[in-house]
Ligand binder design. Sequence first.
Ligand SMILES: [Zn+2]
Length: 407
Amino acid sequence: MSIKKWITAIGLFFIFFTPIAHTAYAVPTVSGATADKLSTETQILKTIVKKGDSASSLLNNYLPLKTIYKLTRQSADIFPLGQIRAGRTCTFILNQNRLVGFEYEIDRKDRLVIQRNNHTFSITRVPIDYDVSLETVSATIHSSLFEAVRRAGEESRLACKLADIFAWDIDFMRDIRPNDQFRVMVEKKYQKGKFAGYGKIQAALFINGGRRFTAFLHKGQDGRSKYYDEKGDSLEKAFLKAPLAFSRISSKFTLKRMHPILKKIRSHPAVDYAAPIGTPIKTVGDGVVVGMGFSKSMGNHVIIRHCKGYVTRYYHMSKFSKAMKKNRRVLQGEIIGFVGMTGYATGPHLCFRMKKNGRPVNPMSHDIPSAGPVPPMEMEGFLAGAKDLINQMYMTRYSGLRNKTSA
Ligand SMILES: [Zn+2]
């Protein structure tokens, strides 16, 4: 062996064994990786990030800490390397045993791609390519929607998506009956033939206690996609059922009640929701912030004006959402602030009030107007499309229809 070769061999010894000796914990990650040899020079090592792994423990086999530190700073705005999580896939691309690329699956949508170009690195966040197929899933419910979805071979996430669509009409905790049925046409994403998540539900049918509900996704000219029934009426109501998702009603709407602090009979034209401090509060409908501030009785409060003469008020917040300010337009479901106990409040809760044309209404029993139907200009196309989707759903008996398109 020539001297030159000996030097190379010694060099390789140090490159490969020195860092491993210092970071013994990182060895199993790489030795457990599957090597995919493209050529004798390029090697692709795929591995699953293990608990306790970090960007430096993963990369330290190939890069000096100084370079990893630089990469961490460079990547901060694209994807903070400190957020690398166990269970995700990462890939090392080596050329003649030198790291030339590193990829990390950030989530089901994006991956991080780090590429070496001579002495610098480029870092980008790239959308993951999926094959998308539109499939029909159907089942009869015996006990719960979740159970039926799982029995149909699908993930619980599909049940959540379905429940969200019909949330205005069906209370999935209380209204579900045995023999209820659903049929849904959903986009399913695949990566190299492996299921990788759901896209949008394009159409759905739900039979609940003998009542039939339908939903079709329609993208309006304003660019917003919404669900409508087969007649083109919106499934959404103008207002959410409640400004807090998980809470207990601690005081109902009444026009006469003993005020807990003032000890006088006072009306309480409001619904109080008890919830821990910091629970996000959502605006129940699209509107404009017409009041926002602090008062001795209301504490931190927000007042929103909606269309058709409705105004909603939210009291006793611990703080406002950062983006909130007077005259700002808000969309239904947007977080406006957080539960607190500022002002006259005996415990952490949200005092929620609704008025129509200046008169208090009970948001629990008031007949909430529906959001607008499909715009007249778009109606004809919508109706034809909905009819088509219903036929397709009934033609395909179970998961099966696969119109492969690229995402
Ligand atoms: Zn109250």
